[in-house]
Design a protein around this ligand. Sequence first.
Ligand SMILES: Cc1ncc(COP(=O)(O)O)c(C=O)c1O
Length: 362
Amino acid sequence: MKRLIRECIENLTPYPPGKPIEELERELGIVGSIKLASNENPLGPSPKAIRAIKENINNIHRYPDGSSYYLRQKLAKKFGLPMSKIILGNGSNELIKVIVHTFLSPDDEVILSLPTFLLYEKVVQSFEGKIVTVPLSNFWIDLPAILTAVSSKTKIIFINNPNNPTGKALKKKEISHFLNSLSPDVVVVLDEAYIEFATDPKVVSAVELLESYPLLVVLRTFSKVYGLAGLRIGFGFTSESVIEGMNLVRQPFNVNYLAQVGALAALDDDKFVEKTLTLTRDGLEFLYSQLDRIGLKYVPTQTNFFLIKTPLGAGETYQRMLREGVIVRSMESFGLSDYIRINVGLPEENKRFVKTLEKILS
Ligand SMILES: Cc1ncc(COP(=O)(O)O)c(C=O)c1O
């Protein structure tokens, strides 16, 4: 019989089917649960974005501007780049897919670190690429080992900086050295979804390295520090020739109207960004001190989330926390079966997390 679903798609691991919080609560007979599982902004969306969306809601009968002109203009000014080097996506997730779609032919090799953001692998598999994995070194992305793994077939390298799920970040100098050592015909995707949270002054965006490496694509998102995950909007910086290729593949109206409106306003919301960063840093300090008190190991982070080693194992800890109304992320699917990952929540959510963790461990 004729194969319907392509073989490479059939072999994909399904994304764990999440349920709406309301449905989970109904099933478990609980109310008021908290979610610390998706690295979202606990403060909610940027207030400036909310206002702008409300003011522009009556325009949604129109198709959005397919070039995201004003948003690219504003990003260009903010980051000191020409508009022609900026591309917008339906979340940075979409840009990951567009990059692979644009550059990858079947059997081309793609280098990934392990563990890292799961989407890279899935997208590469769906375009029949060959995945070459390079294990992390003590939770860090191992750039020298990646260089060793490069072959004449390597087409794309994904680097998540800071890395999800470990929260470790590479310094700009290390990335610069890496790019200088690389053959210039490899597309390097530097996913900086969490770069704004980094506190190490040597961990900064690789935007300034674009000039020296034309096949570098730097990805950013409005989902985290701006609190707009539900709108689905992210952006990328790269050379004009890469953008030209990506524009051939992306859908003409990939970024919806309200996402553009909200993102434009959020870029002016420095106060909200500052508040988010302070909340995150204070929250991390609190959580670290509590975990030290309890005697649990964790992996210090440069992001708004981090790994905690749990004596119960990831799956059991996740289940027990869930029954108490605290949703965390089990790291089993990342191959870290002793770890859970949480993001920083509001102060009261952080306290509840600690209290619940102590309860289920006792
Ligand atoms: C490493 C990484 N990149 C990208 C994304 C997705 O970003 P977006 O919401 O812009 O698609 C996430 C979301 O969790 C992420 O962890």
